[in-house]
Design a protein around this ligand. Structure first.
Ligand SMILES: [Fe+2]
Length: 321
């Protein structure tokens, strides 16, 4: 079947759900008790940080440097707050995940301001990308939740036409360990432009028509890390606050299941960031090693780089191909 399906409030088992996600389908859920607790927790932290100023409109009342000085410490404070991890576990349980086999990473708080107020660093508006270009495993599932009500003009966009079509990109230049050491720590320094080395498309993309999904606050969008997606340029007049985290299933990793890899050639793996949901124990070393030196190794990187160079050379010789 060559189409993407958006399933809403599906009651299927997690095994079936993961299989559908690995085929490029997207699942949307209405808010549940745990996700409502999650956004309430996030709102409390956000509103405390903005100290009486409406967070969605704070960008219109302060210079961007002040906005960054609030947001930059808030993001890691949210990620590492003890309550944050507990709520993710509750949410996964409520959503029917096996907590002994499901591994979660640390949730992230995102803020995308309106009208280009802040588009880099801590407010980075993501260009079209697959998370798998950033060394995510092909089994990764993204969970995306708006904290306040959103609309089409400040939502997330999917580009399902690229589910099975490779995009020429420079993920071969991306190494997860380098990014982890340098890229994230530097995010707050990027006020007006973002020079962090990120994997990006290296060809014009047809991003429209695109699919935008607008769940209620606390509603959830689940999608594969291999799904091409982007931040909608925010023209809503409000800063969009969302949270997201990722999961991966141990048996799928062990069996090398997951979405097909059609164009990700980065090195390193983000698997060490995932902890078992039941007890927060580390990802088994054997599994990490399977992916650390596996098919994303140097030789395939070189093969891809050569293919890109050959493509460019032919383009110069024969025109557009
Ligand atoms: Fe992403």
């Amino acid at each position: 079947m060559n189409c993407s399906v958006v399933y809403t409030d599906s009651t299927m088992y997690d095994d079936v759900r993961r299989a559908l996600l690995y085929q490029g389908n997207v699942l949307v859920y209405r808010a549940c008790e745990a996700s409502v607790s999650f956004i309430a927790h996030a709102r409390t932290m956000i509103e405390e940080a903005f100290a009486g100023v409406d967070p969605e409109r704070a960008q219109f009342t302060m210079p961007v440097e002040e906005f960054i000085s609030i947001l930059a410490p808030l993001k890691p404070r949210f990620t590492h707050h003890p309550q944050t991890t507990i709520i993710v576990r509750d949410l996964l349980e409520q959503m029917g995940c096996d907590l002994d086999l499901t591994y979660q990473d640390l949730p992230r708080l995102r803020a995308v301001t309106s009208d280009g107020y802040l588009t880099s660093g801590v407010g980075y508006a993501h260009h079209a990308h697959r998370d798998t270009w950033y060394s995510a495993p092909m089994t990764q599932i993204n969970w995306w939740i708006p904290i306040y009500p959103i609309e089409s003009a400040n939502s997330i966009a999917f580009h399902p036409r690229y589910w099975s079509s490779p995009v020429k990109n420079n993920s071969y230049d991306f190494n997860y360990y380098e990014w982890d050491a340098v890229g994230r720590a530097d995010a707050a320094k990027h006020v007006t432009s973002d020079t962090r080395k990120q994997p990006k498309p290296q060809e014009p993309l047809q991003l429209e028509p695109q699919t935008r999904i607008v769940p209620e606050a606390g509603g959830m969008i689940l999608f594969s890390a291999a799904q091409l997606h982007s931040t909608v340029p925010n023209t809503s007049g409000k800063t969009r606050f969302s949270l997201d985290f990722r999961t991966t299933h141990l048996l799928d990793l062990d069996q090398r299941a997951g979405a097909p890899n059609i164009d990700s050639f980065c090195t390193g793996t983000s698997l060490r960031d995932f902890l078992r949901a039941s007890d927060l124990s580390a990802m088994p070393q054997r599994i990490v090693e399977m992916y650390d030196s596996g098919r994303r190794g140097l030789s395939e990187t070189l093969v891809y780089r050569l293919a890109v160079e050959e493509h460019d050379l032919r383009e110069r010789q024969f025109g557009a191909i």
